[in-house]
Design a protein around this ligand. Structure first.
Ligand code: RTP
Ligand code: MG
Length: 147
């Protein structure tokens, strides 16, 4: 089964949206495999967002993502990478489709509440940056029968 790395960013934590966001993922029928409430140090932030190094939004992005606690998670399911990107919505809240997390709750591109891996390769890379293999919990998920 496919796995992805999702992270509620410092704005989502401060705005009290952990429960709302996790609830949407649960209701979709996705399976939670790991979760960690943590503050990211700059070294980890720079590795996580390495593909954006050199872009104008990179320095403020690193400042922002290290500015307070985040809720890092691994979710599992068929096509979970594409499904969660669809639930999250486009980077810019104005471009995000109504009903997506970013459209419903975000206002500014720089404070768009949640990160989601964008490819299988990045999902595997990001999961291993944030979690040790033994932190991924394997269990039977009753929802699996239906989705
Ligand atoms: P993320 O990686 O955080 O899930 O977001 P994403 O895939 O939708 O967007 P990405 O292109 O990977 O950009 C990472 C984060 O950088 C900020 N950003 N600002 N001002 C800008 O043009 C701009 N572009 C990107 C956003 O916070 C974005 O989530
Ligand atoms: Mg991205």
């Amino acid at each position: 089964m496919e796995q992805t790395f999702l992270m509620i960013k410092p704005d989502g934590v401060q705005r009290g949206l952990i429960g709302e966001i996790v609830s949407r993922l649960e209701k979709k029928g996705l399976k939670l495999s790991a979760a960690k409430f943590m503050v990211i140090d700059r070294a980890l932030a720079e590795r996580h967002y390495a593909e954006h190094e050199g872009k104008p939004f990179y320095p403020p992005l690193i400042d922002f993502i290290t500015s307070g606690p985040v809720f890092a998670m691994v979710w599992s399911g068929d096509q979970v990478i594409e499904l969660t990107r669809a639930l999250i919505g486009k980077t810019d809240a104005l471009a995000a489709a109504p009903g997506t997390i970013r459209s419903d709750f975000a206002v500014h591109t720089n404070f768009n509440l949640i990160h989601g891996s964008d490819s299988l390769e990045n999902a595997q890379r990001e999961i291993s940056l944030f979690f040790r293999p033994e932190e991924l919990v394997e269990y039977e998920h009753t929802m699996q029968r239906w989705i």
